[in-house]
Design a protein around this ligand. Structure first.
Ligand code: NAD
Ligand code: UGA
Length: 454
């Protein structure tokens, strides 16, 4: 078995993960392939205008691209050349048939497995990098090994990086998880993958399990994180009603080391491509195994999250004298979190649509996510008179009745808020859904201020 690695899928997971693996394993050739030619062209672009934005990623790609990292659309050639095959294709929520709206749509994964089988000219080690339902590895192994000329071993190596900190998370992971069959062949395969990570990750942080535990751990970890966000947002509503301050409550709760301080920031609700999809997937799994109360429990996490965006619009409506029609609202931040241009499942998207329903004149500003925002809202943009996009936050706020801050970009806390106040219609409102601005300073300037959980 040779040491070359191919990763099928050059997205948010495939690109950064393989760039770091190539950086830390200069003796291995790493090829990232995708069916999307535009994406591959962007990864190969001469000026390094990569298809995704991640702090620090350009530097890593600059160092390794053309040395031992290659991007290509030649899937067949890469599968033939490499014995270790990571698969990081997308696994969106299925929108049709059985499990619609909850289960994972595994058609891309299965198509990839069949491609691997067709192209292989020797034994292969297939590594799930995508997040998949429990027992997918077993299904894939059946497809791959049924009447096959070669032997395929399927492992699960889910990825825990978060967007915006992908490079840091990859370089200094809390843990790497590798699950595989607990027989001689499976254990040997696990050792092969451990060696890739052990070039930079301390061995005690490389955890190995059986393949089903690995698959389930990934879903469970995302569900726990999402649950914390929904839990603190549920407390935030109570803070608004009672006069408590959610940031104070979170600070003191988080000081208990059993609870911990991370993922206790109240806000507009979680977005991103994975939390909702993975919790829904867990709900579907619970239902499939007859665990209906558990399914209901996890569904509550999603329900609470969706409620948070409706609550934001209701509070804005009330604060603006119960009419939003023809008022100008500047929406600060469209990315689902700071330091990414990703807008998948962003709370801003839902809020923008709810505001459009109220006939608001909406101007959206964001330092990295405007190209995606334009695509996401293409169906409601109309002639542009009610929905506009503006890179400059000062221009976006000019003449506005309210600013609705949705993404915690650091630049927003560094703006000249006195200047912004001067250019707005009065009374001027700031609704800071991330609690990241200086509330007292804003009030002193003259703003009416709303927060989450205050
Ligand atoms: P993505 O959509 O950014 O990238 C997936 C890529 O796979 C696309 O470029 C697509 O063209 C390609 N693809 C699809 N079918 C293909 C095929 N048959 N052959 C070759 N290429 C194909 O998705 P992503 O965000 O990278 O997520 C991928 C997986 O990783 C998902 O299962 C997700 O849950 C998981 N994950 C994502 C993150 C994250 O931060 N985005 C973190 C952890 C895990
Ligand atoms: C998340 C997990 O953190 C990763 O471990 C996982 O690998 C990834 O999902 C995945 O499977 O895709 P990501 O979605 O990129 O990563 O970003 P997070 O930092 O987890 O934030 C998710 C959402 O929750 C964001 O909208 C963020 O603003 C929100 N959030 C997070 C809060 O509202 N409050 C918090 O305290 C933390």
């Amino acid at each position: 078995m040779n040491k070359n690695i191919v990763c099928i899928g050059a997205g948010y997971i495939g690109g950064p993960t393989m760039a770091v693996i190539a950086k830390m394993n200069p003796d291995r050739k790493v090829i990232v392939v995708d069916i999307n030619k535009d994406r591959i062209d962007a990864w190969n672009s001469g000026d390094f205008s990569l298809p995704i934005y991640e702090p620090g990623l350009v530097d890593v790609v600059r160092e390794v691209r053309g040395r031992n990292l290659f991007f290509s659309t030649d899937i067949e050639g890469a599968v033939k050349e490499c014995d270790i095959i990571f698969v990081g294709v997308n696994t969106p929520t299925k929108m049709f048939g059985r499990g619609a709206g909850r289960a994972s749509d595994l058609q891309f994964w299965e198509a990839t497995a069949r491609e691997i089988k067709n192209y292989a000219e020797g034994d292969k080690l297939v590594v799930e990098k995508s997040t998949l339902p429990v027992r997918t590895a077993a299904a894939m192994e059946s497809i791959l090994n049924d009447h096959a000329k070669y032997r395929f071993t399927v492992l699960s190596n889910p990825e825990f990086l978060a967007e915006g900190t992908a490079v840091k998370d990859l370089l200094e992971p809390d843990r790497v998880l590798i699950g595989g069959p607990q027989d001689e062949v499976g254990l040997a395969a696990i050792r092969e993958i451990v060696e890739i990570y052990a070039t930079w990750v301390p061995r005690e942080r490389i955890l190995t399990t059986n393949v089903w535990s690995a698959e389930l751990t990934k879903l469970a970890a995302n569900a726990f994180l999402a649950q914390r966000v929904s839990s603190i947002n549920a407390i935030a509503g109570l803070c608004e009603a009672t006069g408590a301050d959610v940031d104070e409550v979170a600070r003191v709760m988080g000081a208990d080391h059993r609870i911990g301080s991370k993922f206790l920031k109240a806000g507009p609700g979680f977005g991103g491509s994975c939390f909702k999809k993975d919790v829904l997937n867990l709900v579907y799994l619970c239902e499939s195994f007859g665990l209906h109360t558990a399914a209901e429990y996890w569904s509550g996490v999603i329900k609470m999250n969706e409620h948070q965006q409706e609550r934001i619009v209701s509070r804005l409506f009330k604060a603006m004298f119960n009419t939003l029609a023809n008022k100008k609202v500047a929406l600060f931040g469209f990315a689902f979190k700071a330091d990414t241009g990703d807008t998948r499942e962003t709370p801003s998207g839902k809020v923008a649509r709810l505001l459009a329903d109220e006939h608001v004149r909406l101007v959206i500003t964001d330092p990295k996510a405007l190209p995606n925002a334009r695509k996401d809202l293409a169906d409601i943009v109309g002639d542009g008179s009610r929905l506009a996009f503006e890179e400059d936050p000062y221009k976006a706020a000019d003449g506005a009745d309210a600013i609705l801050l949705m993404t915690d970009w650091r630049l927003y806390s560094e703006l000249d808020w006195g200047r912004i106040y001067g250019s707005m219609r009065k009374p001027a409102l700031v609704f800071d859904t991330r609690n990241c601005l200086d509330r007292r300073a804003l009030k002193e300037i003259g703003f009416k201020v709303l927060n989450i959980g205050k």
